[in-house]
Write a new protein. Structure first.
Length: 141
């Protein structure tokens, strides 16, 4: 089992949470549950409705989109983070390449953290706005 400090360190490296304080990250970490998944297990399936995000604490996962490999990710990576904000379809399939330890954060628990710490929602909105601006600049100059 990962320590609280390890979970917070992994969360701190996730761009969605870049504006959050250590205390806020501790609340997010506490809202999650650790699970172990064996090699070959599908964590998220493209097209399915998402209701949780997964932070890789140990192991390696493969991300595919329309059956094409997009990336290999390891400790500190997050998949499914958009599902913390909406119930949209998964944009990729993620499969464990090795046995993995994951921190699962479901939308209900995440929203409870946002209700407890509303200033955190403002920080997340600023991060998302920055992502949209970057995409706009990339595609439209």
């Amino acid at each position: 089992m990962a320590s609280k400090q390890t979970k917070v360190q992994h969360l701190a490296g996730i761009s969605l949470f870049e504006g959050c304080s250590k205390k806020e990250l501790e609340k997010v970490a506490s809202a999650g549950d650790e699970i172990l998944m064996t090699a070959g297990s599908v964590i998220v399936d493209q097209g399915q409705t998402g209701r949780e995000a997964f932070v890789v604490l140990s192991g390696k996962v493969e991300v595919t989109r329309s059956k094409r490999k997009v990336a290999d990710l390891g400790p500190g990576a997050v998949v499914g983070e958009l599902s913390l904000l909406d119930h949209g379809p998964r944009t990729a399939t993620v499969t464990c390449v090795t046995d993995c330890e994951l921190l699962v954060i479901d939308q209900r628990n995440f929203r409870a953290v946002l209700q407890e710490v509303p200033t955190m929602a403002v920080k997340l909105l600023a991060t998302i706005a920055g992502r949209i601006r970057d995409l706009d600049k990339k595609y439209y100059g």
